[in-house]
Design a protein around this ligand. Structure first.
Ligand code: ATP
Ligand code: MG
Length: 224
C-alpha cells in the first residue's frame, strides 16, 4: 500500500543544512501495524509528516496505492489528508471548547458525513474506543489523558482512513494506559484492515507490532 523510495529531506536553516532523512526505503502492506523507534532528532516526525503529505520530500518518492504524493496538486493533497489519513498526536490536539462528541462530529463533517447521521456515528465511534454516555458529553479538560487519546483515536478513524499516522500517541500516558491505547490501535488495524504507522519509544510496544523501523540520524538502521 505504501512504498517509500530513496526519500531524503533536508531543511535549510540559517545555521546550515539539516539532513533530517537520508535515503529511506521501505514498503508497508495494507493492514500492517508498523512502529518507528529512534532517538530524539532521528527524523521520526519528519517521516510522518512526509507520509501525511504535510511536507514535501527534497528527493525520492512516497507512493500510496501507486500514487506519488508529490505529484498531487495541493487540492488533491488536502483531499488525501482528509480521506485517506487519520492523525493521532502525542498531545491529542482536541478542540478544548468542544465536547468529545462534538470533536468527533466535526471530523465527520469535514469528511462529508450528512448532518443527520453525525451524532449517532460519533457516539458509536466513541463507544467503540471505550467511552461511556457521560464521558462523551465532556470537554477534553474533564477527561483523563487516556480518555482524551481515545477521543483522538475515534476522531482519527471517523472517516475510515486507510492509513493512521500516530506520533508518540502514548508519550503522555502511563505505561499501562499506553499499552491499552496500542491494543486499541492494533484491534482497529485487524478489524478494518487499516495500516498504522506509530512512533513510540516503548520497546515492549514496538516488539508487538508487525514491523519495526529504527531511525538513526535520518537513516533506517534496522527493519524487523
Ligand atoms: N522545520 C524544520 N526546520 C529545520 N530543521 C528541522 C525542522 N524539523 C525538524 N528539523 C530537524 O530535523 C531533525 C529531525 O527532526 P524530527 O522532528 O523528525 O525528529 P524526531 O525523531 O521526531 O525527534 P523527537 O523524538 O524529539 O520528536 C532534527 O535535527 C530537527 O532539528
Ligand atoms: Mg518527533
Amino acid at each position: 500500500m505504501l512504498a517509500v523510495k530513496n526519500l531524503t529531506k533536508t531543511f535549510n536553516t540559517p545555521g546550515g543544512d539539516v539532513m533530517a532523512l537520508r535515503d529511506i526505503n521501505f514498503a508497508v502492506d495494507r493492514g500492517q501495524f508498523v512502529s518507528i523507534i529512534g532517538k530524539s532528532g532521528s527524523g521520526k516526525s519528519t517521516l510522518l509528516s512526509m507520509l501525511g503529505a504535510l511536507d514535501t520530500p527534497t528527493s525520492g518518492s512516497l507512493e500510496v496505492d501507486g500514487v506519488d504524493l508529490a505529484k498531487l496538486s495541493s487540492r488533491q493533497q488536502t483531499s488525501y489528508r482528509a480521506k485517506t489519513i487519520g492523525f493521532v498526536f502525542q498531545q491529542y490536539n482536541l478542540i478544548p471548547n468542544l465536547s468529545a462528541l462534538e470533536n468527533v462530529m466535526l471530523a465527520l463533517e469535514f469528511g462529508g458525513t450528512k448532518p443527520a447521521s453525525r451524532r449517532d456515528e460519533a457516539t458509536r465511534l466513541l463507544k467503540q474506543v471505550g467511552l461511556d454516555e457521560q464521558e462523551i458529553q465532556r470537554k477534553p479538560t474533564r477527561l483523563s489523558g487516556g480518555q482524551q487519546q481515545r477521543v483522538a483515536i475515534a476522531r482519527a478513524i471517523a472517516n475510515s482512513p486507510a492509513l493512521i499516522l500516530a506520533d508518540e500517541p502514548t508519550g503522555n500516558l502511563d505505561s499501562e494506559t499506553g499499552q491499552k491505547i496500542f491494543d486499541l490501535l492494533h484491534k482497529l488495524s485487524r478489524s478494518k484492515n487499516t495500516t498504522i504507522i506509530a512512533v513510540t519509544h516503548d520497546l515492549d510496544i514496538a516488539g508487538k507490532t508487525d514491523k519495526t523501523f529504527m531511525l538513526k540520524d535520518g537513516k533506517i538502521t534496522t527493519k524487523q
